[in-house]
Design a protein around this ligand. Structure first.
Ligand code: AMP
Length: 606
C-alpha cells in the first residue's frame, strides 16, 4: 500500500474525509479488489473460491465466501499463532496478534494484524484534530493531558507479540517517533505511558498533568472508566503528588528507571506554590467541578462515552460541573477501525460515527432493534450470503451488525456490535453505537454475556447446597457509583436466613463466609478479560452479592408487568437498568457480601 497516501493532516484530512465519503461505493469496491488481489493465494480464499475464474470478482466473493464468526476462523488464527505461514489467510506478513476485549469460550479473542494496519490506525488518529479544530480554537496553544496506558504483552507460541491494539500503537514508531506537533503536545512523557506498572504510570502521568495544569487545554483517556479511575487515584494520592511537586523529588515508590529519568525533567525545580494551590483545591470537601479547578483552561474532555461507557457520563459531568463537553472521537476495534465523529461537541447521547470506507470492506447484517437476528436462521448457523447489505445501501433508522473484510485476513467477519444508521455524510452512513451483541453486564472493557453470567452463578450456587440453601432467582447490576465499578448480583435464596456466627448454635447455617465464597466462585468462572480487569488491571472492583428477601423477584415481575411487560413472556432480566426496578431490589436487601480476594488470572495465549 502507498503509506504516504494515508498521511493527511489539517485541511488535507478534512478534504480526504469528503473525498472518501463522496466516493464511498467506489472506495469500497477498489479496497475489496485490492484485498482479494493481495490475498488471492491464501489457503482461506482458495478453499472457498477454488475453481472460480476470477478470484478478485466482488460478486463471486460474495457468492462463495461465507459470513463467519471468531469460532469458525479461530483454527486458522491458531495455526498462525503456532508458527504456520501468514499465507493461510493473508498475502502480507502477520506482525502481531491483537488481543481484543471480546472472548470466546472464556479466552481472549486474538486478531491478526499486519504492519500497514498501523498506518490505517494512524490515519484515523490524525483525523481527530482537524475535526475538532473546526469547533474548538487554539488547541495548539497548550497541552493535552491524556492518560494512556499499555497493558501486559505476551507472545504466541511462535513468538509473535500478542497485545491490545492500543498497546501496539503506543509501542509503534507511529507513536514513539512522531514529529513534534503543537496540536498534540501531551503532558505525559512517552516513557510514563509505556511503563508496564499501571500505578507508577498513573502517578507520573497525573503528576505531569498537575505540573502543567495552567497549560492544559483538554483532558482525556481512551475510555471514560479509565478517566474516572484517574480521578479516584487523585483523590487517594493528591497529598503524595503535592509532596513530589513541593520538594521537586519523585516519590520513592516510582522505581521504573525510564519514568524516574523523564520525570526528573518535569520536576526540575521544587514548586511549593503550585503544591499549595493543588492542596487547597483537592482539600475541599466536594469534588464537584474539580477538573475545571485543577485544569482551569481545559476546553473539553475526550473519552469513549458511548455504549457501555455511557454509564460514566453523569460522574464525568459531576467532576466537570457540566461545564466541559464530553468528546467521543471514534469507533474502532482490534479487527478494524471503523469511523469518526464529525460533530465532536454533540451530546454523548447523540454521538454518531461516520464510517470511513478506506478502513476495511464493510457489509451489514440486518438486525432487530434489540440486536436480534431478523431472519429465520439460528445464531449457530451460517448466515445466508445474500442477506448482507453493502455500506452505501444501509437504510436510515435500521439496525445492523457490521461484517468486515480486512487486508490482515478476516473475510466477512461478524464484529458482534449493534449499530443504528442515523444519517449519512455524503454517501457514507453515520451510525450510532447501540450495544455489543449478547453483552449483559460490563463496567470496564470486559464484556460479560448472559451465558457466562448464568454459568458462573450456576456453579457458585452449588456452594449453598450443603446449607439447604436454594437460589431461586438472580439478576445483576453494574454499580459504577464507586470507582472502580463492580458487579452486583441480587440473589433470592430459599429455605434459610442468613445467620451470623454468634447465632450459629448446632445447626448448619448459611453464614456470611459462604456467601463471600459464592462471590469469588462467580468471579473465578467469569471470563479471562473479567479476571484480568479484576486481578491485574484493577479496573473492576470485588463482586458483591446482595441477598434479597423472599418474594422480591415476584415483586420485580409485578413491577415490570405493571409497566406493560407481557405476563406470558415475562423472563427475569439478567441485568437491571431501570431505576424503579433497582430501587425495589435495593429496598429488599437483607445482607450484602463482597468477594474476599482476587480471582485467579494467569496471562496466557491460545
Ligand atoms: P476491542 O476488540 O477490545 O478493541 O474492542 C472493540 C469493541 O469496543 C468494539 O467492537 C465495540 O464493541 C467497542 N467500542 C469501540 N469503540 C466504541 C465506541 N466509540 N463506543 C462504544 N463502544 C465502542
Amino acid at each position: 500500500m502507498d503509506g504516504k497516501r494515508l498521511e493527511y493532516k489539517g485541511e488535507e484530512a478534512l478534504k480526504e474525509i469528503e473525498r472518501l465519503t463522496m466516493k464511498a461505493s467506489e472506495v469500497q469496491e477498489s479496497l475489496l479488489k485490492q484485498i482479494l488481489t493481495q490475498n488471492r493465494e491464501t489457503e482461506y480464499l482458495n478453499k472457498f473460491m477454488r475453481g472460480e475464474k476470477n478470484i478478485t470478482d466482488i460478486e463471486e466473493f460474495k457468492r462463495c465466501v461465507p459470513v463467519t464468526t471468531y469460532e469458525r476462523i479461530f483454527p486458522y488464527i491458531q495455526r498462525i499463532a503456532n508458527g504456520e505461514d501468514s499465507s493461510l489467510i493473508t498475502g502480507h506478513s502477520i506482525t502481531e496478534m491483537l488481543c481484543s476485549s471480546g472472548t470466546s469460550g472464556g479466552e481472549p479473542k486474538i486478531m491478526p494484524s499486519i504492519a500497514e494496519d498501523l498506518e490505517r490506525r494512524t490515519f484515523v488518529y490524525n483525523l481527530t484534530m482537524p475535526i475538532i479544530n473546526q469547533y474548538v480554537s487554539d488547541l495548539d496553544e497548550g497541552k493535552a493531558m491524556y492518560l494512556f496506558f499499555v497493558k501486559a504483552e505476551m507472545s504466541t507460541p511462535c513468538g509473535l507479540p500478542a497485545r491490545t491494539v492500543l498497546t501496539s500503537y503506543y509501542k509503534s514508531k507511529h507513536f514513539k517517533c512522531r514529529t513534534h506537533d503543537p496540536w498534540n503536545d501531551f503532558t505525559s512523557p512517552d516513557q510514563t505511558i509505556l511503563c508496564n506498572d499501571s500505578n507508577q504510570s498513573m502517578h507520573c502521568q497525573l503528576l505531569a498533568g498537575l505540573v502543567h495544569r495552567r497549560q492544559v487545554l483538554r483532558l482525556g483517556a481512551v475510555f471514560a472508566s479509565a478517566l474516572l479511575r484517574a480521578i479516584s487515584f487523585l483523590e487517594r494520592n493528591w497529598r503524595h503528588l503535592c509532596e513530589d511537586i513541593r520538594t521537586g523529588q519523585l516519590s520513592s515508590f516510582i522505581t521504573d528507571p525510564s519514568c524516574r529519568s523523564c520525570m526528573s525533567t518535569v520536576l526540575a525545580t521544587p514548586d511549593p506554590r503550585l503544591a499549595d494551590e493543588i492542596t487547597r483545591i483537592c482539600g475541599q470537601k466536594s469534588w464537584k467541578g474539580i477538573l475545571c479547578q485543577l485544569w482551569p483552561k481545559a476546553k473539553y474532555i475526550e473519552a469513549v462515552v458511548t455504549g457501555s461507557m455511557a454509564q460514566y457520563v453523569p460522574a464525568l459531568k459531576h467532576y466537570s460541573d457540566g461545564k466541559l463537553p464530553l468528546v467521543c472521537t471514534m469507533y474502532a476495534s482490534s479487527e478494524c477501525y471503523f469511523g469518526v465523529n464529525l460533530k465532536p461537541l454533540c451530546d454523548p447521547a447523540d454521538v454518531a460515527f461516520t464510517l470511513l470506507p478506506n478502513m476495511g470492506y464493510f457489509e451489514f447484517l440486518p438486525l432487530g432493534h434489540n440486536g436480534t437476528l431478523l431472519m429465520d436462521f439460528d445464531e449457530g448457523e451460517h448466515v445466508p450470503n445474500d442477506k448482507l447489505v453493502d455500506l452505501v445501501h444501509v437504510k436510515l433508522g435500521c439496525f445492523y451488525e457490521p461484517v468486515v473484510t480486512t487486508f490482515a485476513g478476516l473475510y466477512r467477519y461478524r464484529v458482534g456490535d449493534v449499530l443504528q444508521v442515523v444519517g449519512f455524510h455524503n454517501k457514507a452512513p453515520q451510525v450510532r453505537f447501540i450495544c455489543r451483541r449478547n453483552v449483559v453486564i460490563s463496567v470496564d472493557t470486559e464484556k460479560t454475556n448472559e451465558e457466562d453470567l448464568h454459568r458462573s452463578v450456576s456453579m457458585a450456587k452449588k456452594l449453598l447446597e450443603p446449607y439447604d440453601g436454594l437460589l431461586v432467582e438472580y439478576t445483576s447490576y453494574p454499580d459504577t457509583s464507586s470507582v472502580p465499578g463492580h458487579y452486583v448480583l441480587y440473589w433470592e435464596i430459599l429455605h434459610c436466613g442468613i445467620k451470623t456466627e454468634s447465632e450459629n448454635e448446632n445447626a448448619v447455617v448459611l453464614d456470611g463466609s459462604v456467601l463471600e465464597e459464592c462471590c469469588i466462585a462467580v468471579e473465578e468462572q467469569l471470563d479471562y478479560v473479567y479476571r484480568r480487569c479484576r486481578s491485574h488491571d484493577k479496573s473492576v472492583g470485588p463482586l458483591e452479592i446482595r441477598v434479597v428477601e423472599p418474594g422480591t423477584f415476584d415483586a420485580l415481575m409485578d413491577l415490570f408487568i405493571n409497566q406493560g411487560a407481557s405476563i406470558n413472556q415475562y423472563k427475569t432480566p439478567r441485568c437491571i437498568n431501570s431505576k424503579k426496578a433497582l430501587k425495589l431490589l435495593n429496598s429488599k436487601v437483607s445482607a450484602s457480601f463482597f468477594s474476599p480476594r482476587d480471582p485467579k488470572w494467569v496471562p496466557k495465549m491460545c
